[in-house]
Design a protein around this ligand. Structure first.
Ligand code: CP
Ligand code: NVA
Length: 306
């Protein structure tokens, strides 16, 4: 491959119209699967999946997605590859990308994914870093589109930690053109550079009910992300007022949706009555990881639908 490959390291690697087409394509691929249609455009193609953190949804959706498109996915963990024994990431990128057709990486440092991509001959997909989780946002945006139509000009409330999910919601506000109100504790705000770039669309408040006022979508995420397990107790104390419960949902529009990337902790960031209640679309959201990423693989590996 002589042309430089197309990567997906943050949501902003997509143009707004491309992102919308990708969501529509995801809905089409979902329909094709429901109809039992065979569509195997990635026959004989391979996706390498590098996981330096745990995963259920990301692993299964990419692996099943590749199989459904006729290809193959292979799981690589640092525990049993040379990645865990100090082989430089640049060398791993050079080698893997001569053998496979795309690489997905879940790791801690966004910079590592960028370095990998800079030395890869094939598309690299960010499967979550400490800073961003762009694949999750494709699924979330697909889910909103399916349930409520275009998110453009709508209000979204993000309640909780200014983490990778929050950063990706900020990027989504730019890409899909919605208003985002973030309710987070003072010491847990999103990174200033990410926020600054979306300053005209994003607002930070301290009260989840203020954030949720008239919102069309209320979102939250865990209080302690992967890698922050030792901070769990300290964070639980600070985040106690930042739970999405019935009172927060009552501040939103009556038809507001609730989303959570999962895994969730009932009684912490979300009450059971909300996540298991009628406004919650978390199972559709989780399923849509599969369809949205199939559309993404098609775009990055083939340049679009075949
Ligand atoms: N939402 C999400 O990325 O889930 P996993 O950690 O299970 O992949
Ligand atoms: N913020 C969470 C998301 C998990 C999908 C984490 O990084 O652990």
């Amino acid at each position: 491959m002589t042309q430089s490959p197309r990567h997906f390291l943050t949501l902003l690697d997509l143009e707004p119209d491309e992102a919308m087409s990708l969501l529509r394509r995801a809905i089409e691929l979902k329909r094709l699967r429901a109809e039992g249609a065979d569509y195997l455009p990635l026959a004989h193609r391979t996706l390498a999946m590098v996981f330096e953190k745990s995963s259920t949804r990301t692993r299964v959706s990419f692996e099943a997605g590749m199989a459904q498109l006729g290809g193959h996915a292979l799981f690589l963990s640092p525990r049993d590859t040379q990645l865990g024994r100090g082989e430089p990431i640049e060398d791993s990128a050079r080698v893997l990308s001569r053998m496979v057709d795309a690489v997905m990486i879940r790791t801690f440092d966004q910079g590592l994914v960028e370095r990998f991509a800079a030395h890869s001959r094939v598309p690299v997909i960010n499967g979550l870093t400490d800073r961003f989780h762009p694949c999750q946002l494709l699924a979330d945006m697909q889910t909103f589109l399916e349930h409520r139509g275009s998110i453009r000009g709508r209000r979204v409330a993000y309640v909780g930690d200014g983490n990778n999910m929050c950063h990706s919601y900020i990027n989504a506000a730019r890409l899909f053109d919605f208003e985002l109100r973030i309710a987070c504790p003072a010491d847990f705000e999103p990174d200033a550079d990410v926020l600054q770039a979306a300053a005209d669309r994003c607002d930070i408040v301290r009260d989840p009910r203020v954030a949720a006022k008239d919102a069309d979508l209320v979102v939250t995420d865990v209080w302690a992300s992967m890698g922050q397990e030792s901070e769990q107790d300290a964070r639980a104390a600070v985040f106690e007022p930042f739970r999405v419960d019935a009172a927060v949902m009552a501040a939103a529009r009556p038809d507001a949706l609730f989303m959570h990337c999962l895994p969730a902790h009932r009684g912490e960031e979300v009450s059971a009555e909300v996540i298991d209640g009628p406004q919650s679309v978390v199972w559709d959201e989780a399923e849509n990881r599969l369809h949205a990423q199939k559309a993404l693989l098609e775009l990055l590996i083939l340049g679009g639908p075949r």
